[in-house]
Ligand binder design. Sequence first.
Ligand code: ATP
Ligand code: MG
Length: 453
Amino acid sequence: MTKENKIHIQVPKDVAFILRLLEQEGHEAYAVGGCVRDSLLDRQPKDWDITTSALPEQVKAIFHRTIDTGIQHGTVTVMMHHTGYEVTTYRIDGEYKDGRHPKTVEFTSKLAEDLQRRDFTINAMAYNPKTGVVDIFDGIGDLNRKVIRCVGKAQERFSEDALRILRAVRFAAQLGFHIEDKTREGLRELAENLSFISKERIQVELDKLLCSDNPGHMRILYETGVSKVILPQWDAMMETQQNHPYHCYSVGEHTIKAMESVPPDHYLRWCMLLHDVAKPVCRITDQQGIDHFYGHQKKGSEMAEEILRGLKWDNRTIDWVTRLVYWHDYQVEPRMKIVRRSIVKIGEDIYPYFLQVKLGDMLAQSDINRQERQEALAEIGRMYKTIIEQKHCLKLSDLTVSGRDLLAVGIPAGTCVGNILNALMEWVLDNPEHNQKDLLMEKVEELRKEMVK
Ligand code: ATP
Ligand code: MG
């Protein structure tokens, strides 16, 4: 039964224009999918997709500026005021190949058939100002009940495209929804099929899950056997207990708490996910029954690299996250000299993240000495701010003398120059106010004498 109702959705001007123009030319046209769902939830839609009975060639004939985005799947991007709107012809997806791509797509003139190919009821609603919301599968009911439910039979839908398995959990995490029982059963039954899905598509969904308000939905991946297929290291974390005075959760539960304790930032959430990834393989229980995880930082950084590379992450993500995992346990004392040296070691680029990682990790541990440790961290943060604001010297190129100055006063080229520059750097790291050319050149003479001795 088609439920049509007159709920009003505020559609951007350009979208309303596109819908109107398509209709004036005798076609049907609706905003569809995520934008309808988000509008009904009072969330800001990221983009507005349009579905229409017009064929791609007809869409192209109506609008001046279009891009052939995926013409074989019926998608044309219409450009309006520098924004692109994907306009896709109503279609029925044909048989799926290996649970990946539909082999064929067939255009149809029926909106209902287009909505039926979509993954979840909440994503299968269409809207235009004349008709209101077209909601054939009770998406509105599921929005009210806060439920993710497949359109049609879950098993069938997941076997057509296994990525939907991960999308179910991702939407549940983003919206704070439950996964309806049959849909959840489907996740479990077809989880294996995720091994046919490209790493790039998995990466996108995992990232959205981690950066959502509910990164704890990672639990569902474990419970339904999904992570066993795409991230088996997560299962090991969920299954590793840690008996230690500073810890009160399993590695997996601690990780979830740690993710929840940092802002929803891509680098931070991936770092928190992976910071203890090596604990399961580094665990040693001593005679008192206390668990230790010696070397899990370095090993974790190596494992993180392998995981992130496997998921085809970009170089910056791999670099930052692996370094943060490596340093996450590094102890810094709130003393200016020590903080400066730690910035040099860890890197100025990731230092603010390092502080957030340490805070998140700490908030997810037992509360022994928490206040003291938190205050020390806040103090380090203030010191870091001062160091950056006052532009303290943190690298050789920040020194007020260069190799050339040393050569000019007769220091032999090569290791000598290098050694002296390093010695100056050490001196200035302890005493930033000494980074003045005349003082440094005096120091050079002292060092020269020492070297001759
Ligand atoms: P987001 O806000 O993350 O963009 P979205 O719902 O817009 O969420 P998209 O991936 O942009 O998600 O897809 C747009 C719409 O296309 C979805 O709402 C859904 O109707 C449909 N769709 C996307 N991917 C699939 C899929 N794998 N299987 C079935 N339908 C899909
Ligand atoms: Mg979208």
